[in-house]
Design a protein around this ligand. Structure first.
Ligand SMILES: [Zn+2]
Length: 467
C-alpha cells in the first residue's frame, strides 16, 4: 500500500517543476507576464498567501514545537498494536522527520510498555523522549526510572470526570499535582501538567490550578480538548487568557470528533501556545487528533521557511507508510500532502494555469515534500494547454489548432469513458502521423481507421515511460 502516488492510473500526466517552468517560458503576452511574476515570487520564497497579514506579539505560528504522540495517543487507536520493533521503527522515523518530542505510553500501563519506554530512551534520538502518566505518585516513580527526558501528567478537571471518573475535588487535585511535579523536578527532568477535558471544565478552576503549578515550576501546562468539542474561537479565548496567567510553556491537545483539530491547534499557536500534539495520520482514541502531515501542511502555508528549516518534509511519506502498515489502514485518497489526489489537477482551466505557474492552484509545493504534481488529461473536462504539453513531451510537432482538434477528439472519446494516458498518446500520435501524411484526421471515419491501424500495429510503442 506504500508509494500510492507512483502506482497512479496511466491517464495521469506527470509534470515536473522544471518542465512546467519551461512551458511557461514558451507562452506569450499576458500569460508570459503572469508566469514571470510567478517565477520571481517563487525565487524570492514569497508565498501567495504568505504569513499572517498582521504581526501578533502572542503568536507562535513561526516558533512552535511538535509533541508527536503516535506512540501514546496513537496506541489508543482501535487498530493499533505496536510491538517493540515497530515502536522503535516509528520512533526513528519520527526522529528523522525532526519532531521535537516523542511521547510514549505510560510505563505504568504494562510491563512491556515500561521495557519499550526504556528501549526507546536508549536509542539516542535527537527528539526528547517523554512519557504520559496519570497524576499519581506510583506512576511518577516508575516513569522517572525509565530514562525519559520528561513526564507529561494529566488529571481530569471537568465536572463529568470529577463526578464519574476519579471523584476528587479541586483541592485534592491541586495538592496531588504539586506533589507529583515536585517529585519529577527533583529528578532533574521536564514536567508538564495538563488538565483533561479542559473545555468542559470550570474556567476559574482551570486558571487556579494552572497558576499554582506554574508557581511550583512546571515546564509546561497542557490544555486538552479530550472530547473534541472546542472550536477555534473558544480555543483562542482560553489559550490567550491562560497566556496571561502563566509564564511557562503551553501545550495543546485537540481531538478531531467535530473536524476542528488542526484549526484549533493553529489557533492555539496564534493565541500563544508553544507546543502542539500530533499523531501520524491522526490516529488516536476515537477518530484521533491532528495528523502530523495535516498540521505540517497548515504550518507550511503560514511560514514555509520556518517549517522547511526545522523539519525534513521529504520523510513524511515514509513515516506515514510505516504507521499505515503497522495499523493496517490505507493512506486516505484525500490525505494532506500524500493522498493520491493531493497534487492532481484535472479541470482544463486549472491545468492551463498550473502549467504556466504552479502557484496558481497550489499552496503547497509538492517537490518540497518529495511528491510529484500530476495533470490529468484523459477526461471530458480536459483543456488543450495540458494536451499540448503532453504532445511536446512526446516530441510531436503539432500547431495549436491541431492540438485543439486533438483535444476535441479526446473529449468525444472521454464522453464514452475516461481515457488512459495510452489512449491519449495514441490519439496524439494518430493526429501527428495523419497530418504528416496529408489526410484529414478531423474526419471521424478517417481518424477511426488510423487509430485502429495504430493500435494493431504498435500496441506497445505508444508510451514513453512518463506515466
Ligand atoms: Zn487524546
Amino acid at each position: 500500500m506504500s508509494d500510492c502516488c507512483e502506482s497512479r492510473p496511466t491517464k495521469i500526466q506527470r509534470v515536473g517543476e522544471e518542465e512546467a517552468k519551461n512551458i511557461s517560458e514558451t507562452h506569450v503576452g499576458v500569460e508570459n507576464k503572469v508566469a514571470t511574476r510567478g517565477e520571481n515570487e517563487a525565487l524570492q520564497g514569497v508565498q501567495p498567501f504568505g504569513s499572517s497579514r498582521y504581526s501578533d506579539f502572542l503568536s507562535n505560528v513561526s516558533n512552535f514545537k511538535i509533541i508527536e504522540s503516535t506512540l501514546r495517543e496513537g496506541e489508543q487507536f482501535a487498530n493499533a498494536f505496536f510491538d517493540t520493533e515497530t515502536k522503535i521503527r516509528i520512533a526513528k522515523a519520527l526522529d528523522e522527520f525532526g519532531v521535537d518530542c516523542i511521547e510514549l505510553t505510560s510505563p505504568a500501563a504494562s510491563e512491556q510498555s515500561r521495557k519499550d519506554c526504556e528501549a526507546i530512551c536508549k536509542l539516542g534520538l535527537k527528539a526528547k523522549v517523554i512519557t504520559h502518566i496519570r497524576c499519581h505518585m506510583d506512576d511518577a516513580r516508575i516513569a522517572v526510572e525509565t530514562g525519559v527526558d520528561g513526564v507529561d501528567v494529566v488529571m481530569g478537571t471537568s465536572k463529568f470526570l470529577r463526578e464519574y471518573s476519579h471523584g476528587k475535588d479541586m483541592t485534592y487535585i491541586t495538592k496531588k499535582a504539586v506533589e507529583v511535579i515536585n517529585f519529577v523536578k527533583s529528578k532533574g527532568i521536564e514536567i508538564r501538567f495538563s488538565t483533561e477535558d479542559s473545555f468542559r471544565s470550570d474556567l476559574v478552576d482551570l486558571l487556579s490550578i494552572y497558576q499554582v503549578v506554574d508557581k511550583v515550576g512546571v515546564n509546561r501546562v497542557g490544555v486538552a480538548d479530550t472530547v473534541g468539542v472546542a472550536n477555534p474561537r473558544q480555543v483562542y479565548d482560553l489559550v490567550r487568557t491562560l497566556r496571561g496567567v502563566v509564564g511557562c510553556d503551553i501545550e495543546c491537545h485537540f481531538h478531531n470528533d467535530t473536524g476542528c483539530a488542526i484549526a484549533n491547534a493553529y489557533t492555539a499557536l496564534e493565541a500563544g501556545a508553544t507546543h502542539v500534539d500530533t499523531s501520524v495520520l491522526g490516529i488516536g482514541e476515537r477518530n484521533g487528533i491532528p495528523s502530523l502531515g495535516g498540521f505540517i501542511a497548515r504550518m507550511y502555508a503560514a511560514d514555509r521557511d520556518y517549517v522547511m528549516s526545522k523539519y525534513n518534509l521529504k520523510a513524511l511519506r515514509d513515516v506515514e507508510n510505516i504507521v499505515a502498515d503497522a495499523v493496517q489502514v490505507q493512506i486516505p485518497f484525500n490525505n494532506y500532502v500524500t493522498g493520491y489526489c493531493a497534487f492532481t489537477h484535472k479541470a482544463g482551466i486549472h491545468a492551463k494555469a498550473i502549467l504556466a505557474n504552479p502557484s496558481t492552484y497550489e499552496i503547497l509545493k509538492p517537490e518540497d515534500f518529495g511528491m510529484s504534481r500530476y495533470v490529468s488529461i484523459g477526461h471530458r473536462l480536459t483543456g488543450w494547454n495540458a494536451v499540448k504539453s503532453r504532445a511536446q513531451q512526446l516530441g510531436l510537432d503539432l500547431t495549436d489548432d491541431q492540438v485543439k482538434a486533438a483535444t476535441n477528439r479526446i473529449k468525444v472519446m472521454a464522453d464514452i469513458k475516461d481515457q488512459t494516458m495510452e489512449d491519449v498518446d495514441a490519439i496524439l500520435h494518430v493526429f501527428s502521423r495523419g497530418i504528416k501524411a496529408g489526410v484529414d484526421v478531423t474526419h471521424d471515419a478517417v481518424f477511426e481507421k488510423l487509430l485502429e491501424q495504430h493500435n494493431v500495429a504498435r500496441p506497445e510503442s505508444i508510451t514513453d515511460g512518463t506515466n
